[in-house]
Design a protein. Sequence first.
Length: 145
Amino acid sequence: MKSSKPNAALNAASTLDSTQVSTLTLELVGFRNLMGVVNLGLFNSPEGFPNAIEYTVRSGSFPITEAPLILTFPELPYGRYAATVHHDENQDGTLNVNSLGIPKEGIGFSGDPKIWMGVPPFHKAAFDFTPSCQTIAITMKYLLP
């Protein structure tokens, strides 16, 4: 039997006053090295997720200066979001893949969904940014050595 808690959380998030803002903190963990940059996209809807940068509400490339890497996004309205990150080790601005389309570089998503069958949909990576949930951890995953 399914619990009603996820629906209750979803309903609570949908009633948030989106005019209230705060600072979202993302903690990126699990880097295999500190080379390159992290490309990040923060989405507030499934449209364009996970790679259409024009649909992000916040995005950027950030040097990896330490691990874990802490990124903050001030003045973000409360609501439902999903984040996607790419460890661009060679700084070419592209997620490098092998001939089968498997990423050679690290990737990660909020919620740390399984990625064995491809890119997770928005709802699998979504989280509710609320006064009680302001820090999200994302674990980098490397599918190839």
